[in-house]
Design a binder for this molecule. Structure first.
Ligand SMILES: O=C(CO)COP(=O)(O)O
Length: 252
């Protein structure tokens, strides 16, 4: 069975001091790690503080972005090799904010997925359509295209171990959540895309998250969908109380 995974994505929102305060606020209160994984994705400059603070807790750590080369003359980039050495568990890549503001292409994201995997960090690969694409009735074509491009050249074993986050751009930070049915429809399509590219076993082992205004009030309904295995959460992951409510969704 796929273990549910609730991951916060803090984006550019916390300092090291605030990071340590957050972890102190969730310490000893997280869900049973056998039932749900709890992850926080933090800016690169906060990761060491987060790792230190999370030591001895069940909280796992994700980077928000990383480069596709391990080392070299790439000023300002974050090395996947260094992330692995630090003990970072997950690497978010291809977030729509990275694609939009920083012009990341499908090819970059595919190279980043390879780089994380060769270093032993599990990718969380983001995909999702804009409002225009949805209104044009092209969601399936768009999302399956992003998924196929991101997974190019990966083995079935690698794909079965990673995470894809479906984040419709129109639902990010807008308060407008995809309905559970809308989210399920696309998450199912993502799993089918993987089954077509690889096989059913790989598709059944891959975990798929929904992201876009997930919050304590809607987490349970979203997580009840058969193809949604987790959440990638921005705003509602910033405060300990709200994050704890999300990771405890099974107790609601
Ligand atoms: O982009 C997101 C997570 O990666 C979603 O952000 P919000 O939860 O703030 O809508």
């Amino acid at each position: 069975m796929r273990k549910p995974i609730i991951a916060g994505n803090w984006k550019l929102n916390k300092s090291p001091k605030e990071t340590a305060e957050f972890v102190a606020g969730v310490k000893g209160k997280l869900a049973d790690p056998a039932k749900v994984e709890a992850v926080i994705g933090a800016p690169a400059v906060d990761l060491q503080t987060l790792l230190d603070a999370a030591k001895g807790t069940d909280l796992k750590v994700a980077s928000e972005n990383s480069y596709f080369e391990d080392a070299g003359a790439y000023t300002g980039e974050t090395s996947p090799k260094v992330l692995a050495e630090m003990g970072v568990d997950y690497g978010i890549i291809g977030h729509s904010e990275r694609r939009g503001y920083f012009h990341e292409t499908d090819e970059d994201i595919n190279k980043k997925a390879h780089a994380l995997l060769r270093n032993g960090v599990t990718p969380i690969i983001c995909c999702g359509e804009s409002l225009e694409t949805r209104q044009a009735g092209k969601v399936a074509e768009w999302v399956s295209g992003q998924v196929k491009a991101a997974l190019k050249g990966l083995t079935a074993g690698q794909v079965g171990s990673l995470i894809i986050a479906y984040e419709p751009i129109w639902a990010i930070g807008t308060g407008e959540t995809a309905s559970p049915e809308q989210a399920q429809e696309v998450c199912k399509l993502i799993r089918q895309t993987v089954a077509d590219l690889y096989d059913q076993k790989t598709a059944d082992s891959l975990r798929i998250q929904y992201g876009g205004s997930m919050k304590p009030a809607n987490v349970k309904e979203l997580m009840a969908q058969p193809d949604i295995d987790g959440g990638l959460v921005g705003g509602a992951s910033l405060q300990p109380d709200s994050f704890l409510e999300l990771v405890h969704y099974q107790d609601k």
